[in-house]
Design a protein around this ligand. Structure first.
Ligand code: GDP
Ligand code: IMO
Ligand code: MG
Length: 430
């Protein structure tokens, strides 16, 4: 095996952190390739719960090297805070184990202010961003005025870039959004204070990944967010600003497409979404509240309650096609216990027509009616179950139906947040 990509098959928070940690056990390099500190990936080991926003989930595996790829947008303050909290837990986060690509873009304080200002101005049409400055940072990257990690080595370049950026940003902040303008000198000074701690981490991640590839070592590429938050293929404009699909893993790390030999989709056994945007199977009733409470569906980054709904097989089918998903890990099956009846959305209806795919025009997904299949629920508490044979028949049927509808085998079933609360039923050897 060379590179395996993990992607979230829905709208994020599917349990990528748990599986990235599991797959990291036999990986030599683990890299994040897009997104930034909008992500919140939870790993539970024993009684310890660790939430990572920027650092790859492989950091808990001592033999692995972690890389923050060029496609990531890096918030220096969050990065250093994360390092400090991991170090306090006794985890080695030295530059020997962790690297940042010099090509990764830096999230600046003005990106965060613009993110908040834009959201406030959108009012009821707001995207519900995490407020972490993600969109404005990617805008600057595409506009070719961004600041990259490698620039931290060159204070003069930094100075001129910040000054130039603030001419535009301050006009927007002050005149349009009625926010306080920012002082270039102060912004530069703050960044230069953080730079000495960050510089040793800025390394040639491309070379590291290529060396691993050449030696045939395992590489894990850890996606953030979910397929339907992808800037191109997601529920635009209610999306994030990066390519969350598996294809993003190559641009975001410099690995060629031929390096990827497996795509694992992480899918929650029901559906959740944080922020605005269409969500055909959303439950605004007691069942939705039940899933939210039992699944502890509160954002790992912002603490916002996650919207909850039935599993949407149309969404999973689309994910399978967009990413070439080889196998699924189905998470949080334990949360569905005790519901008398389970529902899976197998198609949509739009203007009297039946669709077995997601409509592509803006606004149409908000108008579809889900077509449901009803399946018997299961009563047994399956929390922590490690053997497929021990699952109730109804749970097995539910999994089988997902496989049929999405056209992808479910090779892992997760029955709790911890590493060993996992059933592996794949035929291929790890
Ligand atoms: P990520 O962003 O995809 O890594 O997911 P999050 O960490 O944001 O959210 C997933 C949450 O579900 C975390 O709190 C996990 O500890 C938890 N979790 C993961 N798998 C399972 C599972 O199978 N059962 C239960 N009950 N919780 C799980
Ligand atoms: P992980 O990696 C769930 C959502 C936000 C908002 C939209 C745009 O933990 O699965 P942004 O701040 O990116 O501009 O916000 O995307 N969002 C996530 N939802 N999980 C995430 O990450 C998310 N990252 C961003 O709620 O709707
Ligand atoms: Mg999350």
């Amino acid at each position: 095996m060379s590179a395996r990509v993990i992607i979230g098959a829905q709208w994020g928070d599917e349990g990528k952190g748990k599986f990235a940690d599991i797959f990291s056990a036999d990986a030599r390099v683990i890299a994040r390739y897009q997104g930034g500190a909008n992500a919140g990936h939870t790993i539970k080991v024993g009684d310890r719960e660790i939430i990572l926003h920027l650092i790859p989930s492989g950091i808990l595996r001592e033999d692995a090297k972690c890389a923050i790829g060029n496609g990531v947008v890096l918030d220096p303050e969050v990065f250093l805070a994360e390092i400090d909290s991991l170090a306090a837990e006794g985890i080695d986060v030295s530059p020997r184990r962790l690297a940042i690509s010099p090509k990764a873009h830096i999230i600046m304080p003005y990106h965060k202010n613009l993110d908040k200002a834009r959201e406030a101005r959108r009012g009821s049409r707001k995207i519900g961003t995490t407020g972490r400055g993600i969109g404005p940072c990617y805008e600057d990257k595409a506009c070719r005025i961004g600041i990259r990690a490698g620039d931290l080595r060159r204070p003069e370049l930094l100075k001129s870039k910040i000054e130039a950026a603030l001419v535009e940003k301050n006009a927007l902040l002050r005149d349009l959004y009625k926010f306080e303008p920012m002082d270039a000198e102060a912004v530069l000074e703050e960044l230069l204070k953080l730079a000495p701690r960050i510089l040793p981490y800025i390394q040639n991640t491309d070379a590291e990944l290529r060396a691993a590839l050449d030696k045939g070592e395992n590489i894990l590429l850890e996606g953030a967010q979910g397929v339907h938050l992808d800037i191109d293929h997601g529920t635009y404009p209610y999306v994030t600003s990066s390519n969350t699909v598996a294809g993003g893993a190559t641009c975001g790390t410099s690995l060629p497409p031929s390096a990827i030999d497996e795509v694992v989709g992480i899918a929650k056994a029901y559906t959740t979404r944080v922020g605005g945007g269409p969500f055909p199977t959303e439950l605004l009733d007691d069942t939705g509240r039940y899933l939210q409470a039992k699944g502890h569906e509160y954002g790992a980054t912002t603490g916002r309650p996650r919207r909850c709904g039935w599993l949407d097989a149309v969404v999973l089918r689309e994910s399978a096609r967009l990413n070439g998903i080889d196998r699924f890990a189905l998470t949080k099956l334990d949360v569905l216990a005790n519901l008398p009846r389970l529902q899976i959305c197998s198609a949509y209806e739009l203007d009297g027509e039946r669709l077995d795919y997601m409509p592509q025009d803006e606004g149409d997904l908000a108008r579809v009616k889900p077509v449901y299949e009803f399946l018997p629920g299961f009563e047994d508490d399956i929390s922590g179950c490690e053997k497929y044979e021990d699952l109730p028949e109804e749970a097995k049927n539910y999994i089988a139906r997902i496989e049929e509808l999405a056209g992808v085998p479910v090779d892992w079933i997760s029955t709790g947040p911890k590493r060993d609360e996992t059933i592996y039923r794949g035929v291929r050897q790890e």
